[in-house]
Write a protein that binds this ligand. Sequence first.
Ligand code: SF4
Length: 440
Amino acid sequence: MSKYMKPEKVETYWFETYGCQMNIAESNALKTMLEGVGVQEANDEESADIVIINTCSVRKSAENRVWGRLGNYSRIKKEHPMILIVIGCMAQRLLDELQTEAPWVDYVLGTNDKQKVVEIATGHDKIIRDESYEFLLSYYKEGDYSTFVPIMNGCNNFCTYCIVPYVRGREVSRSLDSIIEEVKFLDSKKVREITLLGQNVNSYNFVDADNNKITFPILLEKVCEVANNIQWIRFESPHPKDFSDELIQVIKKEEKVAKHLHIPLQSGNSRILKKMNRIYDREKYLNLIAKIRKEIPNVTFATDVMVGFPSETEEECLDTLSAMEILRCNEAYMYFWNPREGTPATKMDGQISNEIKHQRLQKIIDRQQEIFSEEKTKYAKGIHTVLVTKKSRNDKEQMLSRDEHNQMVAFNPICELKPGDLVKVEYLSVNGNTIVGKQV
Ligand code: SF4
């Protein structure tokens, strides 16, 4: 008899989710589906009948964490009957290895097979692998006031450092009807903020039954038409090459579309961008930013930058710094390149030492921190609508909130407030990364 036991009936679940917003959205949807068949959230992983680990492969460290957690579950499973399932990108990439190295894992389900978790929980565990990706009906979790709406999955771009196209497959767009139905449902639930989600969100491309081609700008307009209670519509992550003039006009025209755009730069040097296969160069990226600023003067930006890509010189890294000076974003995800097994960049000449990568990253972070602070100081005035998120931990009298531009705002409430409420706050000063204001 196996030393690992399985429960007779599945009544409770436990999720561990790693990685991107798409994984968070998919885990939310699966939780709702499990609750729909009577399986409730457990108090902890030790007491759950079914445990699902939703994995990420973007960085080696994310995979290492999951290997560590699997070791822990090998112990728990010996003491407590449990079904253990690994889903997501790592399950797709390392299916055989997971089955061989962690035989106590009961099921390994790749990116197309996640919804089979529900079949397993209800005892219908004849797993037939799906060839294609299926969107779930809804990604909402009861009580959410801010939620993700996946609209496409996969990527056709093959940036040379990225594992996503290999684990998520080619781009698939969700049907327009299904997206609109979900947005109407979220609106009826008084969700305040939605984020349309996809690895390459603005390459959304759906052909409906009448052969109409629905592109991302068209979709965005249609989503705005059904958003009443929803205050802000955001989208993540767009690719600069697909950021059309038509899209800029829709963002400009539609009040509900947040005027805060995340447009990944990655590098400010055209030679490095070419080696990354980003399909734009420095000039095109900066022209796009200038065009958006001209059309939408109150816009703010977030970006991603990566330093230390193979063969990057000191001067080329300074090009990234100078592009950041022009961009002056109020959010930035800054990191150094790490070899990702299975991607072309791993085999490129000119690998850079960790010491130099750290130095370059630190330089970018230091300057960007100054830019954040300069931008916040300029911005902290006037009256703004904010979305209440939680009570401050440092000052129990204060509430924390976020605004349209994703800035954190602290204020003393003048009435009873709860997360998800929208209120007006007058901005008065800046304290570190937080704007301080008063409710009006
Ligand atoms: S656009 Fe590039 S970085 Fe983004 S998911 Fe596709 S391959 Fe990865």
